[in-house]
Design a protein around this ligand. Structure first.
Ligand code: HEM
Length: 416
């Protein structure tokens, strides 16, 4: 029993094949999980399964999709949707999975923030998770381009434009990314390569890293209690199951995970069969046309909050152009969550409801993200523009104030 969790990945004296066999044997027979975790801890497994759905349905779509500006739209909207048997099913399963995976990622991230699961030895779990968020975002963006509809084209034009850096006017970089002056066939082909090859490969590698970083610090739990796994497992094996703070990974913990996964899959297939349009934009059923700009351009729902931080500052401030201010805040929004482990100055791991000011910080952050998401889709005119500006300032203030708020909580508890 001794040091089971620490020795999980040790391979001394074993060749790789044996190490993998040992890994599965240990996972299935000797790996222990805190008892005190709820359905929110099943989100990781839900994500892993949704990612598998994306890979499998993506392989089927690849068999008929044509990465060519003259053929892409029809290959999706006619060939796959109308001619290939069950093509519509694979397209809807892929589109809906791409959308709900972000919903689950946000729940998984906010659970981590609520319970402080990014602290004290868990920083690398958090950083690898954020790398997953970034690579998934790139995969979502490149995938949105592939049907070559109006929104595919114009969202690609707007987002690639950002690399010009506002007043820096780094057009050379934009052209390099696009493979031409405007979004064109070369852009579609390279984003296709990224979407079907490089990004899924990178995601697979980072998922392995994410799981590897989970091994020593182990998962956190609802009360953030530090657990002596060996002693608690011994208790469990001696028959004192109720008193023990841990449960075996197999079959007890996995059955909990599978129950949550079952509920998720019901929700997912309900969307696939009855509400698939929520993952599709009606404007994208018009073929891409570089001569007609849609009245209103916006990205997928999961990018709206950061898109709104870009549009938030809509007037020049102290001689700085609105566009440049927006770009700086947008840049900050991309790394704000990544640096959370370093912004949080409270040395204790505690759930938010046991950290007075941080709890308020957390719920304002969730609310602000919702406001940014809602207003990111509305035209930025009149009152909308001011709400967007206000919500952008709140976002900035939240992350700038985080070190002070967390420090103040720790001082009140007398640990600083
Ligand atoms: C496809 C993407 C991802 C997969 C497959 C995945 C998978 C997992 C799994 C299986 C766990 C262990 C159980 C659990 O808490 O759910 C976990 C834990 C964790 N993940 Fe992820 N994850 C992904 C993305 C992310 C993202 C975007 C973040 C945010 C930065 C993140 C942060 C964390 C943290 C902090 C933990 C530790 C939770 C704890 O100790 O209680 N993960 N992940």
């Amino acid at each position: 029993m001794a040091k089971i969790n620490e020795s999980l990945f040790s391979v001394e004296g074993l060749d790789k094949r044996l190490a993998i066999k040992k890994f599965w044997k240990v996972m299935m027979t000797e790996y222990w999980i805190p008892k005190d975790i709820n359905f929110l801890w099943a989100m990781g497994v839900v994500l892993a399964v949704t990612f598998k759905i994306l890979i499998i349905t993506g392989i089927f779509l690849m068999m008929y999709y044509k990465p060519d500006v003259n053929l892409a739209f029809d290959s999706v909207n006619y060939t796959i949707m109308q001619e290939v048997g069950y093509g519509w099913l694979f397209r809807h399963m892929h589109g809906v999975a791409a959308s709900v995976i972000f919903l689950v990622i946000y729940i998984h991230m906010f659970t981590g923030i609520y319970y402080g699961s990014y602290k004290k030895g868990r920083e690398m779990i958090w950083i690898s998770g954020m790398l997953l968020f970034m690579t998934f975002s790139a995969a979502g963006f490149s995938g949105y381009m592939l049907p070559w509809g109006q929104m595919s084209y114009w969202a690609a034009a707007v987002i690639t434009n950002l690399f010009a850096g506002g007043s820096l006017e780094a057009w050379g970089l934009v052209e390099w990314i696009r493979g031409g002056f405007a979004v064109n066939d070369a852009t579609l082909t390279r984003f296709y390569m990224l979407h079907v090859f490089l990004l899924p490969l990178a995601i697979l590698g980072i998922i392995v890293l994410h799981f590897y970083t989970l091994r020593i610090p182990h998962v956190n739990n609802q009360s953030s209690e530090e657990i002596d796994y060996d002693a608690e497992a011994e208790k469990y094996l001696e028959g004192h199951k109720k008193e023990s703070k841990v449960i075996p990974f197999w079959p007890v913990f996995l059955s909990k995970d599978f129950a949550v996964l079952g509920v998720f899959l019901i929700f997912y297939f309900y969307l696939v069969f009855f509400n698939y349009n929520f993952a599709m934009d009606p404007v994208n059923f018009d073929p891409a046309n570089s001569m007609v700009t849609p009245a209103h351009i916006y990205p997928e729902w999961y990018f709206l909050w950061s898109y709104e931080t870009l549009r938030g500052p809509f007037f020049d401030i102290l001689g700085m152009k609105a566009m440049d201010i927006g770009l700086i805040i947008f840049g900050f929004a991309q790394v704000a969550f990544l640096i959370v482990p370093f912004l949080d100055r409270d040395p204790d791991i505690l759930p938010a409801h046991r950290r007075q000011k941080f709890q308020i910080w957390f719920w304002i952050m969730v609310l602000d993200m919702m406001v940014l998401t809602i207003y990111g889709k509305l035209p930025p005119t009149g009152a909308n523009a001011w709400v967007g500006f206000g919500a952008t300032l709140v976002f900035l203030a939240l992350f700038i104030s985080m070190p002070f708020i967390t420090k103040s909580d720790a001082k009140k508890r007398g640990v600083l």
